[in-house]
Write a protein that binds this ligand. Structure first.
Ligand SMILES: NC(=O)c1ccc[n+]([C@@H]2O[C@H](COP(=O)([O-])OP(=O)(O)OC[C@H]3O[C@@H](n4cnc5c(N)ncnc54)[C@H](O)[C@@H]3O)[C@@H](O)[C@H]2O)c1
Length: 314
C-alpha cells in the first residue's frame, strides 16, 4: 500500500485512476480546485480531498509536506484544446507553473519514490502512421506546447532529484465522468436527448480512443513496474476510429440508425487526419494490454448520463 497524491483527481481520467488505485489498496489524497472536476467523482473522506489551485505554491507545498506521499500522479491541467486556445496564458500558466509548483514541493520530501506526469499525444506533429515515443515532437497548439514544456520540466526534475519519473502521453480518452465537450460525450449527449440526427463537425479525422478504465490500469501498472530513471510511454488503444465509425458504434448499441449532419460551426479549419499510438513500449514494459473495445465502452455510455458534468458548468 502506498500513499499517493493524485492532482486533478476529481477529473475525468483522475477519477478512473483513483478507483483503480483504491481497488489495489492504496491510500489516496487529492489536490484539485474543482474548476473542471467534480467532488462526487471520487470516494475519499473530506480530510484527504484538498480543494486548492496548483498555482497556489504555498498551499501546495504545505499539503504535500503534510501528506508525505510516496507517489505523485500529476494530472491537474487545463486540457480542452478549444478552451486552451481561448485562454492561452491561463492554460499555459496552470500547465507549466502549476507543474513546477508540484515539483518544487515534491523535491523537499524524503518520502517520495515515484513521480508520474500526464502528457499528451498533442506533443506530436501530424503523422499518418502509428506514432512511437522516439519520433520527433512538434506540438501544433498552446496546449501541446505547455505539456511538452512539462516534459522538459520532468527531465530537469529527474536530473536534480533522481526520483524515478514516468512521462505518459495520453491519447484520446473516453468513458464515464466526462468533464469536457469532446466528440464522444457530444454524441452521447445528443443520443441521450433522444436525437437520431446528430450534428457534428469534421467526419474524416481518425483518433485513437482508449477507455479510461484501461488508462487507469496502465497508470497503476506503470507505477508498480517502473523503478528507475525517466522514460516516456504512449498510452492509447492502438486502434484508430473515424467520427463516422464512432457514430456507427453508437448506432449498434442503441439498435437504431443515426444520421449525421455536418454543422458549419463545428467544423475545424485544419485538423489532423490521423492520431494513432504505437503502444508496444508500454505493453513490453508493463505487460498491460487494453481490455475494453469501443463497442463495450459505448454500450455503457448510452445507458447513463453520468459524466456529462460539463453540461452544468457555468
Ligand atoms: N482526456 C483526454 O483525452 C486527455 C488526453 C491527453 C492528455 N490528457 C491529460 O490528462 C490529464 C487529465 O485530463 P482529464 O481529461 O481528466 O481532464 P479534466 O479536466 O477532467 O481533469 C483535470 C482536473 O484538473 C483540475 N484542475 C484544473 N486546473 C487546476 C488547478 N489550477 N489547480 C488544481 N486543479 C486543477 C480540474 O478541476 C480537473 O478535475 C490532464 O493532464 C490532461 O492534459 C487528457
Amino acid at each position: 500500500m502506498k500513499k499517493i497524491i493524485v492532482t486533478g483527481g476529481a477529473g475525468f481520467i483522475g477519477s478512473a485512476v483513483i478507483q483503480e488505485l483504491q481497488k489495489f489498496g492504496h491510500d489516496i489524497y487529492v489536490i484539485d480546485d474543482l474548476s473542471f472536476g467534480n467532488r462526487q467523482f471520487v470516494q475519499i473522506p473530506d480530510e484527504k480531498f484538498h480543494q486548492i489551485d496548483i498555482l497556489d505554491a504555498k498551499a501546495v507545498t504545505e499539503i504535500i509536506a503534510r501528506v508525505q506521499p510516496e507517489y505523485i500522479v500529476h494530472l491537474a491541467a487545463i486540457h480542452f484544446i478549444p478552451y486552451c486556445n481561448q485562454h492561452p496564458f491561463k492554460s499555459a500558466n496552470i500547465n507549466i507553473q502549476g507543474t513546477l509548483n508540484i515539483m518544487e514541493a515534491v523535491q523537499k520530501l524524503s518520502s517520495i519514490e515515484k513521480f508520474f506526469f500526464a502528457s499528451t499525444a498533442a506533443v506530436y506533429p501530424i503523422y499518418d502512421e502509428p506514432i512511437r515515443e522516439d519520433m520527433a515532437t512538434g506540438p501544433l497548439d498552446i496546449y501541446g506546447l505547455s505539456k511538452l514544456t512539462g516534459e522538459y520540466l520532468c527531465s530537469d526534475f529527474y536530473q536534480k532529484t533522481r526520483i524515478p519519473t514516468i512521462i505518459c502521453r495520453f491519447f484520446n480518452a473516453f468513458g464515464p465522468n466526462e468533464t469536457n465537450p469532446h466528440l464522444i460525450p457530444e454524441i452521447q449527449l445528443q443520443i441521450l436527448k433522444g436525437k437520431r440526427t446528430i450534428e457534428l463537425g469534421n467526419l474524416e479525422p481518425k483518433r485513437d480512443f482508449i477507455h479510461t478504465y484501461d488508462m487507469a490500469r496502465a497508470v497503476r501498472m506503470l507505477l508498480e513496474k517502473f523503478n528507475e530513471g525517466i522514460d516516456t510511454f504512449n498510452l492509447g488503444r492502438g486502434i484508430e476510429y473515424s467520427v463516422s465509425e464512432i457514430v456507427a458504434a453508437f448506432s449498434r448499441q442503441i439498435g437504431e440508425p443515426i444520421e449525421i449532419v455536418q454543422h458549419p460551426d463545428r467544423i475545424r479549419k485544419s485538423d489532423r487526419l490521423h492520431l494513432l499510438a504505437d503502444i508496444s513500449k508500454l505493453k513490453n514494459a508493463t505487460g498491460w494490454y487494453p481490455e475494453i473495445s469501443i463497442d463495450e465502452g459505448i454500450a455503457t455510455l448510452v445507458k447513463t448520463e453520468s459524466g456529462l458534468h460539463y453540461e452544468n458548468r457555468g
